[in-house]
Design a protein around this ligand. Sequence first.
Ligand code: GLN
Ligand code: ZN
Length: 765
Amino acid sequence: MHTTILGYPRIGADRELKSATEGYWAGRVDATTLAGVGARLRADVWRGLRDAGLEAIPSNTFSLYDQVLDTSVMVDAVPDRYRHLTGLDRYFAMARGTRDVPPLEMTKWFDTNYHFLVPEVEPGTRFRLVGGGDAKPLAEYREARALGVETRPVLVGPLTYLLLAKPAAGAPSGFAPLDLLDGLVEVYAELLERLAGAGAAWVQLDEPVLVADRAPAEIAALARAYRRLGDLPSRPRLLVATYFGTVGDAALRALAATRVEAVALDLVAGPGNLEALASVGGLPRKTVVAGVVDGRNVWRTDPRRATAVCAALLGLADRVAVSTSCSLLHVPVDLDAETALDPAVRGRLAFARQKVGEVVALGRALHGGEVAPAAGPEVTPPAVDHRVRARLETLADTRRGDRAARLAAQTERLGLPPLATTTIGSFPQTERIRRARADHRAGRLTDEEHTRAMREEIARVVAVQEDIGLDVLVHGEPERNDMVQYFAEQLDGYAATGHGWVQSYGTRYVRPPILHGDVSRPRPMTVEWTAYAQSLTDRPVKGMLTGPVTMLAWSFVRDDQPLADTARQVALALRDEIRDLERAGIRVVQVDEPALRELLPPRRADQAAYLDWAVGAFRLATGGAADTTQIHTHMCYAEFGEIIGAIDALDADVVSVEAARSRMELVTDLRAAGYGGGIGPGVYDIHSPRVPSVEEMEGGLRRALRAVAPDRLWANPDCGLKTRAYPEVEAALRNLVTAARRVRATTCGQQMNWWIVEQFLNVGA
Ligand code: GLN
Ligand code: ZN
């Protein structure tokens, strides 16, 4: 093995997987057709990689939804609530829920914007290899072989699988999923033996959990698992793949002591891997798969740097293979599709297909004795904006007044009841608005026609919210295709791609913009739409911005300066936008930071520095707002125990977070941290089409009230509504408002009376 990659995009160059899967859900596409599309996509990838000259080609990197879900199905880790279903019905029910059962919890795959479905296990979970000889990795291995392509099946490693799993509700409190390791490893043992029998020479086991801090018991579990698998009498050679950071010494030592033939190291996100490897005395008798081509960013590889790293590794291992740092799942498919990009920017880029070419070229240089590939065409350096740099130098950390006083002033100005109701920003993106946006883009709709269409939609969204009885309204974001791209398109220093789609979860793909130079805001970005919405109602309309960390996390960002510096440039643009919103009469502004935790470095030692610049950028963006302007922020996850201090430090007035899918666990976290602002634990899970009942949401709110006072508790969905449809959204929001009113009426009698009196006095005044 001289050249390989750890994985490849599975969505197709034209997003074929999305249309087929969504067609299947809608009943337009049958199961056979869906399977056919999958087979064609896999064949295209395998042949493409072979034709590019890549030696070791991965398989089982395809998935109809998510590779962790595939693993759960394969090892029969299927919670009872799905057991009455079979086949694809069961599979998609676990992914998306049905009218009757909620889906598995979904969360971010490490610090990426890919989401996986969290396995749910309990002491009684009995793993087995479902389908035996027809299990997915075997079937796909044989499928590739039938096409004449020899592949290396890729599996989620057993340790990573269990460390990402959560105990099912009702599991005893002392139970940890890792307790089930030995049973799971036996299933992997059977699978490996069967793969060997089918002819597989190599298998890749992904263990990215090894780049985070690991307790001694976890290292012992790692050693035990790979000793057992390594000692199997008949098995393929094993590649344990780590990525997204530096592997700890203890984990490296444990792997070195096993019979595993190869270890993949990420030398882009984990430059410390070289040192770590040296400090454990290298991996003699093993192959190091050197991740020198960045699998997560779009910049071209510097061949000189990459060859130097490989050369340094040669002294530390028996063999060195050239590879990507992680699966190419995280980058767009093909730069050749981008014909409209500025050539200066384009010249600095490589997408999945181009990165395979880089791996092959580097491999030839390393092993074929060829000279290192030349640096390629001259690269134009990023654009510099001296005005932005000068302004940032003079801006100090501006602080707003005391939060409790601020909250009191805002509640009065906004006339808010306890358990105020709101939404997270977007409303369903109807076919009509999508078409209007597309037509405008294509020049089939004039600016005025487009504005009229958007205003019509905003008016409808405002009317719907007034009718439902929500307290803080939104304009619904109809003009936005995507919360990051919308801003990126209006900021200087950013470029948009035409086809650069990347899977976020299931059939939700995003097209991250490319932040290539200094960032600035030529003109207001959201004021016109928000002010229009506010002109239609007396209730407060919440302005809606995307925060600096999220702007970076969901973009491909220049890697020639620290992220902290780039974040401050974005923050400055947002600060100016908030000032313009205030001037236009907007009293509430939400700055979304759903990606705050996503960028958290896996190792504790690196986390403080990250949180420091991330919080600093948020405060730079929001610190210019008046004390009477209510600043909301929103995050799409619940397990934020480790960043709870940072959430407090953001100094926002109200934080809304995901909670519906993780059973309000965050309420406990918040109570423990003594967080002092308003909090909206999402009580309506928008990731599934299910309409939650009044009772269900009421229960969620009552549970939250154990940790948050009623005047600081908000009732809201757990994320934006753009992926949902109107009928379900309206029904769910009506239930939400009813739930909030019921809780107000019973729990907050006292506060309610005060509130009514105050309203009365205000009206009288
Ligand atoms: N305001 C955005 C929306 O409602 C927030 C989306 C998100 O958190 N991912 O769509
Ligand atoms: Zn969200």
